[in-house]
Design a protein around this ligand. Sequence first.
Ligand SMILES: C[S@@+](CC[C@H](N)C(=O)[O-])C[C@H]1O[C@@H](n2cnc3c(N)ncnc32)[C@H](O)[C@@H]1O
Length: 324
Amino acid sequence: MEKADRLRDKSNFEQPSAVTDLLHKHESSFEMFDATLASGKGLRAVVAYKQGDEIMRETAIMRIPNSQPAASREAAEQLHKNAIQRAYNSLHHESQKSVMALASCNEDGTDVARTPQGVYDTNSFRLENDPKGGLFLTIARINHSCRPNVTHFWSPRLQQKLIFAARDIDIGEELLTIYGPGQCMATKCRREYLNERFSFECNCEMCREGNANGGDEKMLEIQALQEDIAMQSSSGLVSTTDAEGQLASVTTCLALMKEQGLGGGAFTKSLFHHGYDICLAAGDYDGARSYLNSELTAVMDSEGVHSTKAIEIEEALKNFHDTE
Ligand SMILES: C[S@@+](CC[C@H](N)C(=O)[O-])C[C@H]1O[C@@H](n2cnc3c(N)ncnc32)[C@H](O)[C@@H]1O
């Protein structure tokens, strides 16, 4: 079966489901366990996944505005705290218990010290282009890795968060996502960022490895290449010779990302789009179509086959064929 068909089959259930539905649908494909990488729990695969497989989708148990207008920072913090408390109070007792069983890095780690705000702030996500963030009971159990094997995507249409395999995953492997940063950084800076933003000392494979295999230099090179390519492709002034150099940078960057375990669709899709822009500007339509095909696969792998972006790219590819 073609990959797109396989993905379509997996994405057949379209409507948002309740958290309990999520647990029933997916309970046999992953399980919660006592994590070794991090304190507390984690999720691990009980079936093997292929890159691009949808592993789960979940509806938020709590939705809280990211920010509210207030006269001072203190007043804004109070509004945030009140909104969390109100949302928490409106939950069923069993759901409250599930929320309070999650990790809380604002407190000292004991059950007594946990508060709804500590739990919400530790485990919630901002949701792209949405004024409200969300807390997802199951997704909250996924620990962080700077070399993740899963990525998440907020679907505005489904109002759910979807988790996709960023590479092939074996049975028994822990599911690990990236909390941040959004840029490629050297180990010391990544660890500082994670400590400051999420209050933990990252113990992931990439951080433990540090610069042993030149990882830090590779991360910095990826970052520099990505910035350079984005700048060049947006300037739009591409001669054939420029295009060759820029496309060579795209190829180098993709290879480095793969070496660093960052070859999944969520990380590569923008790079493929730049490749497409560069080829178009240089009048290389075969090259443009090839990059667009790669972008489509990367988008389907990380957003699902029904995402708005995937549909738009499919449309653009059809137009390519129609104008030939
Ligand atoms: C969203 S929770 C993840 C699930 C959590 N382990 C649990 O038991 O519910 C985030 C917390 O997990 C821990 N954690 C996640 N990834 C980690 C990592 N790479 N290194 C060390 N601790 C990590 C940290 O304590 C962090 O505050």
